[in-house]
Design a protein around this ligand. Sequence first.
Ligand code: HGY
Ligand code: MN
Ligand code: MN
Length: 419
Amino acid sequence: MTEIGTTEWVMARCDDLTRHSARPDALERVYLSPEHSAANTAVRAWMLDAGLDTETDAAGNIWGRRAAGGTPQRPGTPGEPALVLGSHLDTVPDAGRYDGMLGVVLAIAVAHRLRDTILPFALEVVGFSDEEGTRFGKALLGSCAASGQWDPAWWDQADADGVTLREAFLRFGLAPDRVGDAARNPADLVGYLEAHIEQGPVLEAQDLPLGYVTTIAGARRFVLTVTGEARHAGGTPFARRRDALVAAAHLVTRIEELARATDCLATVGDLRVEPGAVNVIPGRAELTLDLRGRTDAGRDALWERIAAAGREIADTRGVTFEHTETHRAPSTTCAPRLIEAVASGIAEATATTSDPLGLWSPAGHDGMAMDAVTDVGMLFLRCRDGISHHPDEHVDAEDVGVALDAYTAAVLALAKEIG
Ligand code: HGY
Ligand code: MN
Ligand code: MN
C-alpha cells in the first residue's frame, strides 16, 4: 500500500471504496446497507493507521479522534472541543467515486499529517452515513443525527422494497430509540470543515484547482403524484381520457419553464407510471422534485408557483395533483473564521498572490445540518467538466495534492487563530 497521507494514498483509497457497492457494474452504496457497513470497516482501519481511535455512533456514522496532544482518543471521550473534518460515505445510484468519499479520505490524510502536531483542539474525522438520501428520501440523515435534528416522523419512511428506516436500523444492529445518543454537544465542537469536489464548472472555467465555499444552497425535495384513470388504449377516445402521464409531462416542462425564470434549480429526477403497460392509459404518475435556491425565500416562492401550476394542469386535464415533501434543508452561510482559514490554506498551498475564489455551492452537503451545532467551512476541488453523480466523475491527482496541502494549512491556520 502507498504511504499513508500522500496523494497516491488518497486516490487509491477512493478506488478501494468503489469495491463496496450494491452492484457489480456500478457504484451504489446506500444507508444501512451491507456496503455501508463494509465501507465503515475499511475507513475505520485507515483512521487507526492515521493515529485516531474510532467509534461508530448511534446513527451509523464512523468517527475517529485524537486529543489536542495527538494521543488517539475514543470518540465520545470527554476532552478538548474538537475540530471535525470529514464528509459522507454514501452515494447516489451509479455514482462517481469522489462525491463524499474524497472528503473523508482527505480528512484522514490530514489527520495523519498532523499526528505529531500539538493542536489547541482535539481533531476528529467523520464519515457521515447518509448525505444523499438515496434510500429513504430524506437526506442528511447521518449529519442530522450528529447535530441533534433527528425527527421521529422519519422512522416510517420506506425504501423501494418497503423496508422502513426503523426496520433498517434494527437490521443494521442499531437501536432506533438510542439515535439521540449520536447528537453532539455544541460545546464539544470547534467547527466542521469539509473538502469536496465542486460538482460544478466554475473552478475549471477559471483554471483554479481549489476554492472556498461562501454559501450552500437551501434544498427541498418532494414526491408529486398525478392521478387520472387507467383505461383501454384502444377503446377510450381522447375526449374521455384522464391520462396521468400526459398531465405529468406537461407539469415537468412547466417546472423547467418556471425555474429558468429564476436563479433557482429544479430537477425531476424520477418518474414512475402505473400500471405501465403499452396498451393501458396511465392512471397514475409519480415524480420526484429537487428544488434548490441561493436563498430559502427564492426557493420557496418557486415552489408555490410550481404547486399552482400543478393544480392548474390537474383542473384542465381532469386529474388530481398531490405533493409530499420528503426533505428540506436550509441554505447555509459558511462561518467567516473558517472561510478565512480555508482561504489562507489555499493561498499558502497554491502560492498565488491573487485572492482565492469563493463560490456558492448549488450542491448540498452535510454542513447544512452541522451548521445547527457548530461553524461550517468547505474547501472545493476542481472536477473535470463539473461532472458528478456519474461514474465519469474525475479529479486530477495534482489538484488532490494541492488540496492536501491547503486542507492541512487551513487546520493549522485555525489552530494559530485559536491557539
Ligand atoms: O444532492 C446534492 O446536492 C448532494 O450531492 N447530496
Ligand atoms: Mn452527492
Ligand atoms: Mn456530496
